[in-house]
Design a protein around this ligand. Structure first.
Ligand SMILES: [Zn+2]
Length: 423
């Protein structure tokens, strides 16, 4: 255990809490992307005061970007005394809507019983504050460090990260030689290292029919009944096949340690939304579903698609008048950083020192900004590590523990020590 780093972090506990509270007070709700600019400016200010060079970068033209809701990101960099690698801490500043069921104001930052409450406390303003304190403590103890430290606050993670990390990765902010190592302080629990995530394929499947009067459906061809055939084939064949596909990826929770499929939506026939009134009686000529297929490192995207298309093609051969179209909506490949890469090694060493045990290595069931860093930045020494209990994210009365933030800030500071001083 590096006592001087641990002490430097614990001396900053009041600052850590104040930083978290201040960040929660910006209601950076996404969508639509509220208060991004003042929050990014506030962060720039805090980081400039700690010797960082800061830049505000707007994700121009990204989904949701407008003059009313600019996608404002902040990237800050502090050079060490001599050349060396760069460690980058990336946090998203956006939060999901507060929703119902809160016993405290979600945007005040209430501190009570060793916890900070508020929307984003856990996911992930507490992690962002912890990374700032980690860097600050490290720089105070070792002002002569080599390399550089970067901290970014980025937008839109909750909606895919296109105006945030993806935009910055496309502009070279997450590639060598600028950056070598990335830590994303998402709330994965303070003694776990998240190496990556499963893959995603979203697609829209449409079945086609022929419109006719509802009193004489035999004159038309119901796209909804064709879709029912698709869904029963999924039930009979696809779901059992997916259930049987187990992965060596350490995905948590356990239930996600295999392939999964969700039907995100289904729409067929006329809308019932024009209240008051009734829909006119028509045979549906179109029915659409959006599927959300999460896949494993053992599967290729091509296989994943072929599995669904094979069912649709078989129906086309066997079912009279069956016709369909399919459209890709999103594709993300699975990512898994090697356990023996520099960042997970440095974090594991620090977790051992702080908690006296081996870290758990996990994989996230859903994706997060690491996908852009891997695919667009081609950086593979990246993990998520941060304070906060994952299950509290997006829930009412979300909170982050102060002691958890202190401990994970100590882990991050010690990882900096390994990556920048002993490199
Ligand atoms: Zn998050």
């Amino acid at each position: 255990m590096n006592e001087s780093l641990a002490r430097a972090v614990s001396e900053r506990v009041d600052e850590l809490v104040a930083l978290t509270v201040d960040l929660i007070r910006f209601p950076t709700v996404n969508p639509p992307g509220e208060a991004y600019t003042p929050c990014a400016e506030h962060l720039a200010c805090i980081l400039a005061a700690r010797g960082f060079e800061t830049r505000l970068i707007r994700g121009e033209g990204a989904p949701g970007d407008s003059d009313r809701y600019p996608r404002t990101n902040v990237v800050a960099r502090r050079e060490g005394r001599a050349p060396g690698p760069t460690v980058h801490f990336n946090s998203h500043i956006d939060v999901v809507e507060a929703g119902e069921g809160w016993s405290v104001d979600p945007f005040t930052g209430v501190v009570r019983n060793g916890k900070v409450f508020g929307r984003g406390a856990c996911d992930m303003k507490g992690g962002l504050a912890a990374s700032i304190i980690a860097a600050d403590a490290f720089m105070a103890v070792y002002p002569d460090f080599h390399g550089a430290i970067e901290i970014s606050g980025t937008v839109d993670e909750e909606s895919g990260g296109f105006g945030g990390v993806a935009y910055l990765a496309r502009s070279g902010f997450f590639s060598k030689p600028r950056v070598d190592h990335v830590i994303i302080p998402e709330p994965l629990n303070k003694d776990r290292i998240c190496l990556g995530h499963r893959g995603v394929w979203w697609a829209e499947i449409e079945t086609h029919g022929a419109i006719a009067h509802g009193s004489m459906p035999f004159l038309g061809d119901s796209a909804i009944r064709h879709m029912a055939a698709v869904l029963s084939a999924f039930e009979a064949e696809l779901y059992p096949a997916l259930d049987a596909k187990r992965t060596d990826m350490p995905v948590v929770p356990e239930g996600a340690r295999r392939s999964t499929l969700n039907i995100n939506s289904i729409h067929g026939g006329q809308t019932e939304d024009f209240f008051p009134g009734l829909p006119s009686p028509n045979v549906a000529d179109s029915c659409r579903i959006v599927i959300d297929r999460r896949f494993l490192i053992e599967e290729s995207l091509e296989e994943v698609k072929d599995e669904v298309i094979a069912i649709l093609e078989r129906l086309k051969r066997e079912r009279p008048r069956f016709d369909y179209s399919i459209r890709d909506l999103m594709e993300v490949l699975p990512t898994m950083t090697a356990r023996d890469a520099a960042v997970p090694r440095a974090l594991a060493k620090a977790v051992r020192a702080v908690f006296g045990r081996e870290p758990d290595y996990v994989i996230s069931p859903g994706t997060y900004d690491q996908k852009h860093i891997a695919r667009l930045g081609h950086l593979h020494d990246c993990v998520a590590y941060g304070p906060g209990i994952l299950d509290l994210a997006h829930r009412p009365d979300e909170w982050v523990g102060i002691e958890d933030m202190v401990q994970s800030a100590t882990v991050m500071a010690m990882a900096l020590d390994t990556l920048l001083r002993k490199a």
